[in-house]
Design a protein around this ligand. Sequence first.
Ligand SMILES: [Ca+2]
Ligand SMILES: [Ca+2]
Length: 381
Amino acid sequence: MGGRSRTALFLVMLMTFAGFVSLAADADGSKNKETCSSDSTEDCGCKQSRDKDSKKKDADEVKEADDKPKSEFYEPREGDTPYKRTNQMVYVPGGTFTMGTDKPIFVADGEGPARQVKVDPYYMDKYEVSNAEFELFVNQTGYKTEAESFGNSFVMENYLSEEVKSEITQMVASAPWWLPVDGADWRHPEGKDSNIKDRMDHPVLHVSWNDAVAYCKWAGKRLPTEAEFEFACRGGRENRLFPWGNSVNPKGQHWMNIWQGEFPKENTGEDGYTMTAPVTEFPEQNKFGLKNIIGNVWEWTQDWWEIQHTPTFKDNPKGPLSGDDKVKKGGSFQCTIQYCYRYRCEARSQNTPDSSAHNLGFRCAASELPSYLKGSEKDEL
Ligand SMILES: [Ca+2]
Ligand SMILES: [Ca+2]
């Protein structure tokens, strides 16, 4: 627990989430989406800072990791399997688009109003960052994630073994299916009795915003701004819910990994996955060739969280200068239309930059293509 006692964490959580108890009643999905100001499905109990006293220590640890020598590019290794090199970058031409919506589902999330936003051309990872890629980063830098420093991370109850569940004594009142699990980290997504051996091509989980920033920097990239993420998500289509249009299942097929069945009791896995899917799974979601920009795992963006937006034109917005939470986009395998209907391009949510969870990952962007990705010989990267 990194010097913290579980009792202390429980007290922090109890105080932090006492005000959200009333939202727990909405777990049956009965809340009216049109009037819903927020819901707790994706809050995962990690929305607030885990432990303010630990923040400085962790910031120091991140800095320490940052100072270690690191490769500027991926070094192919003997025996690498193809999925170790999943992430290409796609060119996103930039332009002016309609960001947000005048028909928000979650008003309090700041989905509106619609505003004209310009973004310059940039590059975006085609896939979410995989466990295999994150392992390369960790192997080369010795980086330690914040979940590892804290000693725990948040996992939905449905995915835990009975043994792990039996050891947990606290829960988040607003979202009782989210549990703080000791030993949960990117290598142990469902706690200490789990591993990623058969999931190296799945998105890395339990990475904080700080972890994501460190990874992208190592890769010669950066996190996308929220505007860049949304522009990439929309793929040049205006006023559509999804990257490809308004139909949830075009041509009767699944184009994203979300939750089917009555949340949180039933998860039918109709789309092929009850948890994460490989980052290469499902069709390219729009003309930019991006995969899982919607669904699979939530993705961190660069911006601080702000819900007050104006309808005036914005030129390459980068969000507020400061804040408490960072914006995440795209929804996850735990999203359903009954609850947390946030697998839409304009949808957004937030977490503190030191928080991590079982459904939250990232992908990187870059203003210029990193040199190691240039040239046809690197096409298989
Ligand atoms: Ca699914
Ligand atoms: Ca995603």
